[in-house]
Design a binder for this molecule. Structure first.
Ligand SMILES: C[S@@+](CC[C@H](N)C(=O)[O-])C[C@H]1O[C@@H](n2cnc3c(N)ncnc32)[C@H](O)[C@@H]1O
Length: 252
């Protein structure tokens, strides 16, 4: 059973602020992702899967834009899932599953989706697993359905600029942390550990992520596009780019 979270909106807001410290254009990329959903789905009630959805940032924005949407959020983190469950309050199906193997599909409430959306998450997976996952995602899309992955995906034609942009972003982030302008990843988790409702879930999380995070792997956009084509998507391309990040699309 999920814990009672007194102010889910506040946890959602602090998660968003913490993530925006890494991704100042986060809202812009989410808007681009939802524009692509609007362009490929008919009517106001698309069936959406928010993959590795965390606290529900994409799900909440999707429901605001498509009030009739049928949303499923899947993640493995018990803390983030508890926040998602509280802030989505019955407006989305919540699934706890591990994208590290093909069984994640077993718990989905629907066999097919109009759109599968994911952000800042799949760089937690190893190359072989991500390659296989792309094909599994294609399988849960209806023909014509859309997959969007927004993540750290450098432009391989601009290695020097990417390095400099990344260094500038890191320096700015450090300055903001030092001045207390925003919570760092570690500080956000320290707040979670100090919360009476969420603290009991932290130990469960520790068993999943003993170091607090998994290893990161961030290949360039070209790798993703090739992998999407190899997974059988009819069209694969770049929807959005911002500095070292991008959103790639696969259309089934
Ligand atoms: C940085 S968060 C992003 C969450 C959300 N998409 C957002 O933009 O706010 C990365 C998410 O990926 C999830 N994740 C990483 N590896 C996973 C796996 N193997 N199975 C399910 N979820 C995973 C984490 O639990 C976390 O919620």
């Amino acid at each position: 059973m999920s814990p009672y979270i007194a102010d889910a909106a506040a946890w959602q807001e602090s998660w968003d602020r913490q993530q925006e410290a890494y991704l100042p254009d986060r809202e812009h990329r989410f808007a681009a992702v939802l524009d692509a959903v609007a362009a490929t789905t008919e009517g106001e009630a698309p069936r959406l899967l928010d993959l590795a959805g965390g606290t529900g940032s994409i799900s909440l924005r999707a429901l605001a834009r498509f009030p009739g949407a049928e949303v499923t959020l899947l993640d493995i983190d018990p803390v983030l899932l508890a926040v998602a469950e509280a802030s989505l309050a019955g407006r989305a199906a919540i699934v706890s599953a591990d994208l590290g193997g093909p069984d994640w599909r077993d718990g989905l409430p629907h066999r097919r989706y109009d759109a599968v959306l994911t952000a800042t998450a799949l760089h937690w997976l190893a190359p072989e697993r991500l390659t296989a996952l792309y094909a599994e995602i294609r399988d849960v899309l209806r023909p014509g359905g859309i997959f969007v992955n927004a993540d750290h995906m450098p432009d391989d034609a601009l290695p020097t600029l990417t390095k400099r942009l990344t260094a500038r972003a890191e320096a700015r982030r450090s300055g903001r942390y030092a001045a207390g302008a925003v919570l760092s990843w570690q500080d956000w988790w320290a707040h979670v550990a100090a919360d009476p409702a969420l603290a009991p879930l932290v130990e469960r999380r520790r068993q999943i992520y003993p170091t607090g995070h998994s290893a990161e792997w961030t290949p360039p956009v070209s790798w993703h596009l090739e992998a999407l084509r190899a997974a059988g998507f009819a069209e694969a391309g770049t929807l959005w780019r911002g500095g070292p990040d991008a959103a790639v699309v696969g259309l089934r």
